[in-house]
Design a protein around this ligand. Structure first.
Ligand code: NAI
Ligand code: 15L
Length: 266
Protein backbone atom coordinates (compact mmCIF):
# COMPACT_ATOMS: atom_id res chain seq x y z
CA UNK A 1 0.00 0.00 0.00
CA UNK A 2 1.20 3.47 -0.85
CA UNK A 3 0.33 5.18 2.42
CA UNK A 4 0.52 4.27 6.07
CA UNK A 5 -2.39 6.42 7.20
CA UNK A 6 -4.81 8.69 5.33
CA UNK A 7 -7.37 10.91 7.05
CA UNK A 8 -10.80 11.46 5.49
CA UNK A 9 -12.91 14.25 7.02
CA UNK A 10 -16.66 14.29 6.32
CA UNK A 11 -16.51 10.49 6.37
CA UNK A 12 -20.17 10.11 7.44
CA UNK A 13 -21.32 12.14 4.42
CA UNK A 14 -22.31 11.13 0.91
CA UNK A 15 -18.90 11.56 -0.75
CA UNK A 16 -16.98 10.55 2.39
CA UNK A 17 -18.81 7.21 2.29
CA UNK A 18 -17.82 6.72 -1.37
CA UNK A 19 -14.17 7.42 -0.49
CA UNK A 20 -14.27 5.23 2.62
CA UNK A 21 -15.14 2.31 0.33
CA UNK A 22 -12.96 3.19 -2.66
CA UNK A 23 -9.70 4.19 -0.95
CA UNK A 24 -9.27 1.17 1.30
CA UNK A 25 -6.52 -0.31 -0.91
CA UNK A 26 -4.36 2.81 -0.81
CA UNK A 27 -3.45 2.93 2.89
CA UNK A 28 -2.80 0.54 5.76
CA UNK A 29 -5.15 2.63 7.83
CA UNK A 30 -7.98 4.98 6.87
CA UNK A 31 -8.68 7.38 9.72
CA UNK A 32 -12.28 8.56 9.40
CA UNK A 33 -13.62 11.72 10.94
CA UNK A 34 -17.00 13.45 11.16
CA UNK A 35 -19.18 15.21 13.70
CA UNK A 36 -21.81 12.50 13.05
CA UNK A 37 -21.57 8.79 13.84
CA UNK A 38 -19.72 6.65 11.27
CA UNK A 39 -20.72 3.15 12.35
CA UNK A 40 -18.26 0.49 13.41
CA UNK A 41 -14.60 0.68 12.41
CA UNK A 42 -13.38 -2.14 10.13
CA UNK A 43 -9.94 -3.59 11.01
CA UNK A 44 -8.20 -1.15 8.62
CA UNK A 45 -10.12 1.88 9.99
CA UNK A 46 -9.84 4.32 12.89
CA UNK A 47 -12.80 6.51 13.81
CA UNK A 48 -12.55 9.98 15.34
CA UNK A 49 -15.86 11.73 15.96
CA UNK A 50 -15.36 15.46 16.53
CA UNK A 51 -16.29 18.98 15.46
CA UNK A 52 -13.77 20.39 12.97
CA UNK A 53 -14.06 23.71 14.81
CA UNK A 54 -12.52 22.11 17.95
CA UNK A 55 -8.80 22.77 17.43
CA UNK A 56 -7.48 20.45 20.16
CA UNK A 57 -9.52 17.56 18.77
CA UNK A 58 -8.34 18.28 15.21
CA UNK A 59 -4.71 18.57 16.34
CA UNK A 60 -4.71 15.07 17.79
CA UNK A 61 -6.79 13.69 14.90
CA UNK A 62 -4.15 14.80 12.39
CA UNK A 63 -1.22 13.16 14.23
CA UNK A 64 0.67 10.47 12.25
CA UNK A 65 -1.30 11.07 9.07
CA UNK A 66 0.44 11.08 5.63
CA UNK A 67 -2.17 13.17 3.80
CA UNK A 68 -5.61 14.63 4.54
CA UNK A 69 -8.65 14.29 2.29
CA UNK A 70 -10.75 17.16 3.62
CA UNK A 71 -14.44 16.69 2.74
CA UNK A 72 -16.04 17.70 6.06
CA UNK A 73 -18.16 20.83 6.24
CA UNK A 74 -21.52 22.31 5.31
CA UNK A 75 -22.10 21.40 1.61
CA UNK A 76 -24.83 23.94 0.79
CA UNK A 77 -25.74 27.57 1.46
CA UNK A 78 -26.43 28.34 5.10
CA UNK A 79 -26.31 31.27 7.52
CA UNK A 80 -22.95 33.05 7.60
CA UNK A 81 -22.08 32.03 11.17
CA UNK A 82 -22.63 28.32 10.56
CA UNK A 83 -20.49 28.54 7.42
CA UNK A 84 -17.75 30.34 9.37
CA UNK A 85 -17.82 27.69 12.10
CA UNK A 86 -17.73 24.50 10.02
CA UNK A 87 -16.07 25.58 6.79
CA UNK A 88 -13.76 28.47 7.68
CA UNK A 89 -12.72 27.78 11.28
CA UNK A 90 -12.86 24.01 10.59
CA UNK A 91 -10.58 24.24 7.54
CA UNK A 92 -8.17 26.64 9.24
CA UNK A 93 -7.88 24.06 12.02
CA UNK A 94 -7.08 21.37 9.45
CA UNK A 95 -4.24 23.40 7.90
CA UNK A 96 -2.87 24.63 11.21
CA UNK A 97 -2.92 21.09 12.63
CA UNK A 98 -1.27 19.82 9.42
CA UNK A 99 1.52 22.35 9.94
CA UNK A 100 2.02 21.43 13.60
CA UNK A 101 1.92 17.67 12.92
CA UNK A 102 4.07 17.74 9.75
CA UNK A 103 1.42 16.56 7.28
CA UNK A 104 2.62 16.99 3.67
CA UNK A 105 -0.56 17.44 1.65
CA UNK A 106 -4.25 18.36 1.89
CA UNK A 107 -6.76 17.34 -0.78
CA UNK A 108 -9.71 19.67 -0.46
CA UNK A 109 -13.32 19.37 -1.63
CA UNK A 110 -13.67 22.85 -3.06
CA UNK A 111 -16.69 23.58 -5.22
CA UNK A 112 -17.89 25.08 -8.47
CA UNK A 113 -19.68 27.62 -6.22
CA UNK A 114 -16.31 29.38 -5.80
CA UNK A 115 -16.79 30.41 -9.45
CA UNK A 116 -20.59 30.08 -9.67
CA UNK A 117 -21.24 33.56 -11.10
CA UNK A 118 -19.57 32.85 -14.44
CA UNK A 119 -22.19 32.44 -17.15
CA UNK A 120 -23.07 28.97 -18.38
CA UNK A 121 -22.09 30.08 -21.88
CA UNK A 122 -18.46 30.66 -20.75
CA UNK A 123 -15.61 28.17 -20.47
CA UNK A 124 -13.15 29.06 -17.71
CA UNK A 125 -9.84 27.57 -16.69
CA UNK A 126 -8.25 26.97 -13.29
CA UNK A 127 -6.75 30.47 -13.16
CA UNK A 128 -10.08 32.28 -13.55
CA UNK A 129 -10.74 34.81 -10.80
CA UNK A 130 -13.04 33.65 -8.02
CA UNK A 131 -16.71 34.60 -8.48
CA UNK A 132 -18.46 33.08 -5.46
CA UNK A 133 -22.24 32.73 -5.64
CA UNK A 134 -23.06 32.30 -1.91
CA UNK A 135 -21.56 32.42 1.60
CA UNK A 136 -20.90 28.72 0.97
CA UNK A 137 -18.98 29.56 -2.22
CA UNK A 138 -17.09 32.30 -0.35
CA UNK A 139 -15.92 29.74 2.21
CA UNK A 140 -14.57 27.59 -0.64
CA UNK A 141 -12.65 30.63 -2.00
CA UNK A 142 -11.22 31.29 1.47
CA UNK A 143 -10.06 27.71 1.93
CA UNK A 144 -8.42 27.66 -1.52
CA UNK A 145 -6.52 30.78 -0.41
CA UNK A 146 -5.63 29.05 2.87
CA UNK A 147 -4.04 26.31 0.75
CA UNK A 148 -2.12 28.89 -1.27
CA UNK A 149 -0.84 30.59 1.91
CA UNK A 150 0.15 27.34 3.64
CA UNK A 151 2.04 26.26 0.51
CA UNK A 152 3.90 29.52 -0.02
CA UNK A 153 4.82 29.94 3.65
CA UNK A 154 5.09 26.36 4.95
CA UNK A 155 5.36 24.17 1.81
CA UNK A 156 2.28 22.18 2.69
CA UNK A 157 0.94 21.05 -0.69
CA UNK A 158 -2.73 21.03 -1.64
CA UNK A 159 -5.00 19.96 -4.45
CA UNK A 160 -8.21 21.99 -4.47
CA UNK A 161 -10.85 20.09 -6.41
CA UNK A 162 -13.67 22.36 -7.56
CA UNK A 163 -16.26 19.62 -7.62
CA UNK A 164 -19.22 20.10 -9.96
CA UNK A 165 -22.19 17.85 -9.08
CA UNK A 166 -21.05 14.51 -7.68
CA UNK A 167 -23.95 12.08 -7.65
CA UNK A 168 -24.72 8.55 -8.87
CA UNK A 169 -26.31 10.02 -12.04
CA UNK A 170 -26.98 13.49 -13.52
CA UNK A 171 -30.55 14.51 -12.73
CA UNK A 172 -31.04 17.94 -14.31
CA UNK A 173 -29.98 19.89 -17.38
CA UNK A 174 -27.18 21.78 -15.61
CA UNK A 175 -25.61 18.49 -14.55
CA UNK A 176 -25.08 17.59 -18.21
CA UNK A 177 -22.07 19.92 -17.79
CA UNK A 178 -21.34 19.72 -14.05
CA UNK A 179 -21.72 16.00 -13.32
CA UNK A 180 -18.84 14.11 -11.69
CA UNK A 181 -19.30 10.35 -11.36
CA UNK A 182 -18.17 8.54 -8.22
CA UNK A 183 -15.55 6.62 -10.23
CA UNK A 184 -14.12 9.85 -11.67
CA UNK A 185 -14.12 11.44 -8.20
CA UNK A 186 -12.14 8.46 -6.95
CA UNK A 187 -9.68 8.77 -9.83
CA UNK A 188 -9.22 12.48 -9.04
CA UNK A 189 -8.47 11.72 -5.40
CA UNK A 190 -6.03 8.94 -6.30
CA UNK A 191 -4.17 11.22 -8.75
CA UNK A 192 -4.12 13.97 -6.11
CA UNK A 193 -2.61 11.55 -3.59
CA UNK A 194 -0.06 9.92 -5.86
CA UNK A 195 1.28 12.69 -8.13
CA UNK A 196 4.80 13.22 -6.72
CA UNK A 197 4.74 17.04 -6.57
CA UNK A 198 1.60 19.15 -6.76
CA UNK A 199 2.52 22.44 -5.04
CA UNK A 200 -0.69 24.45 -4.76
CA UNK A 201 -3.05 23.05 -7.37
CA UNK A 202 -6.60 23.75 -8.51
CA UNK A 203 -8.59 21.37 -10.71
CA UNK A 204 -12.24 21.10 -11.72
CA UNK A 205 -14.09 17.95 -10.78
CA UNK A 206 -16.25 17.09 -13.78
CA UNK A 207 -16.57 13.88 -15.77
CA UNK A 208 -15.78 13.61 -19.49
CA UNK A 209 -19.12 15.24 -20.29
CA UNK A 210 -20.10 16.24 -23.86
CA UNK A 211 -20.91 19.67 -22.44
CA UNK A 212 -18.14 21.41 -20.43
CA UNK A 213 -17.94 24.64 -18.44
CA UNK A 214 -14.35 24.04 -17.34
CA UNK A 215 -10.91 23.68 -18.90
CA UNK A 216 -8.43 21.62 -16.85
CA UNK A 217 -5.46 22.00 -19.23
CA UNK A 218 -3.40 23.95 -16.67
CA UNK A 219 -3.81 21.04 -14.22
CA UNK A 220 -2.80 18.37 -16.76
CA UNK A 221 0.24 17.41 -14.60
CA UNK A 222 -2.21 15.57 -12.34
CA UNK A 223 -2.98 13.16 -15.20
CA UNK A 224 -6.73 13.19 -14.55
CA UNK A 225 -8.51 11.43 -17.44
CA UNK A 226 -12.22 11.15 -16.64
CA UNK A 227 -14.09 8.17 -18.10
CA UNK A 228 -17.81 8.83 -17.57
CA UNK A 229 -20.04 11.15 -19.61
CA UNK A 230 -23.29 12.82 -18.54
CA UNK A 231 -24.18 12.94 -22.25
CA UNK A 232 -25.21 9.28 -21.99
CA UNK A 233 -28.08 10.41 -19.74
CA UNK A 234 -29.12 13.36 -21.92
CA UNK A 235 -32.40 11.96 -23.24
CA UNK A 236 -33.53 10.81 -19.80
CA UNK A 237 -32.66 14.16 -18.22
CA UNK A 238 -34.33 16.28 -20.91
CA UNK A 239 -37.46 14.08 -20.92
CA UNK A 240 -37.84 14.68 -17.19
CA UNK A 241 -37.29 18.45 -17.51
CA UNK A 242 -38.89 19.84 -20.67
CA UNK A 243 -37.98 23.47 -19.78
CA UNK A 244 -35.35 24.47 -22.33
CA UNK A 245 -35.32 28.25 -21.80
CA UNK A 246 -31.56 29.05 -21.79
CA UNK A 247 -32.27 32.27 -19.84
CA UNK A 248 -33.95 30.45 -16.98
CA UNK A 249 -32.22 31.67 -13.80
CA UNK A 250 -31.24 28.13 -12.84
CA UNK A 251 -29.31 27.70 -16.08
CA UNK A 252 -27.91 31.18 -16.59
CA UNK A 253 -24.94 30.90 -14.25
CA UNK A 254 -22.55 28.00 -13.70
CA UNK A 255 -23.57 27.86 -10.04
CA UNK A 256 -27.21 27.19 -10.97
CA UNK A 257 -29.64 27.69 -8.11
CA UNK A 258 -26.89 28.80 -5.70
CA UNK A 259 -26.44 31.86 -7.93
CA UNK A 260 -30.17 32.33 -8.47
CA UNK A 261 -31.26 32.04 -4.82
CA UNK A 262 -31.68 35.18 -2.69
CA UNK A 263 -30.73 35.07 1.02
CA UNK A 264 -34.29 35.44 2.30
CA UNK A 265 -35.79 32.80 -0.04
CA UNK A 266 -37.44 29.96 1.84
P1 NAI B 1 -22.38 15.71 3.17
O1 NAI B 1 -23.19 16.71 3.93
O2 NAI B 1 -23.04 14.41 2.85
O3 NAI B 1 -21.00 15.46 3.94
C1 NAI B 1 -20.34 16.45 4.68
C2 NAI B 1 -20.01 15.89 6.06
O4 NAI B 1 -19.33 16.90 6.81
C3 NAI B 1 -21.27 15.48 6.86
O5 NAI B 1 -21.21 14.11 7.21
C4 NAI B 1 -21.21 16.39 8.09
O6 NAI B 1 -21.64 15.75 9.29
C5 NAI B 1 -19.74 16.78 8.15
N1 NAI B 1 -19.56 18.05 8.86
C6 NAI B 1 -20.22 19.22 8.66
N2 NAI B 1 -19.83 20.14 9.55
C7 NAI B 1 -18.89 19.55 10.34
C8 NAI B 1 -18.10 19.98 11.43
N3 NAI B 1 -18.21 21.24 11.93
N4 NAI B 1 -17.25 19.11 12.00
C9 NAI B 1 -17.13 17.84 11.52
N5 NAI B 1 -17.85 17.36 10.49
C10 NAI B 1 -18.72 18.22 9.89
O7 NAI B 1 -21.89 16.44 1.82
P2 NAI B 1 -21.16 15.80 0.55
O8 NAI B 1 -22.06 15.98 -0.60
O9 NAI B 1 -20.62 14.45 0.87
O10 NAI B 1 -19.95 16.82 0.36
C11 NAI B 1 -18.66 16.58 0.87
C12 NAI B 1 -17.77 17.76 0.55
O11 NAI B 1 -17.71 17.95 -0.86
C13 NAI B 1 -18.27 19.09 1.14
O12 NAI B 1 -17.16 19.84 1.59
C14 NAI B 1 -18.92 19.77 -0.04
O13 NAI B 1 -18.86 21.18 0.10
C15 NAI B 1 -18.06 19.28 -1.19
N6 NAI B 1 -18.76 19.30 -2.47
C16 NAI B 1 -19.74 18.38 -2.76
C17 NAI B 1 -20.37 18.39 -3.98
C18 NAI B 1 -21.38 17.36 -4.38
O14 NAI B 1 -21.81 17.34 -5.53
N7 NAI B 1 -21.79 16.44 -3.50
C19 NAI B 1 -20.06 19.42 -4.98
C20 NAI B 1 -19.02 20.36 -4.57
C21 NAI B 1 -18.40 20.27 -3.36
C1 15L C 1 -22.03 21.76 -4.26
O1 15L C 1 -21.04 22.40 -3.92
C2 15L C 1 -22.92 21.14 -3.26
O2 15L C 1 -22.19 20.58 -2.19
C3 15L C 1 -23.83 20.07 -3.81
O3 15L C 1 -24.92 19.94 -2.90
C4 15L C 1 -24.36 20.34 -5.22
O4 15L C 1 -25.39 21.25 -5.16
C5 15L C 1 -23.24 20.82 -6.14
O5 15L C 1 -22.38 21.78 -5.57
C6 15L C 1 -23.77 21.40 -7.46
O6 15L C 1 -23.41 22.52 -7.81
O7 15L C 1 -24.53 20.70 -8.14
Amino acid sequence: KQFKRLLITGAAGALGTVLRNNLRDYADILRLSDINAMGKAAPHEEIVQCDLADFDAVLSMVKDVDMIIHFGGIPVESDFHSIVHSNIVGSHNIYEAARKQGVKRVIYASSNHAIGFYKSTEVIDTEAMHRPDSFYGLSKCFVEDLGSYYYDKFKIESVNIRIGSCYAEPTDRRMLATWLSFDDLTQLIVKSLTTPRVGFAVIYGASNNDQQYWDNSKASFLGYAPKDNAGHYREIVLAKLPDTDPDHALYKFQGGNFAAAMPDDK
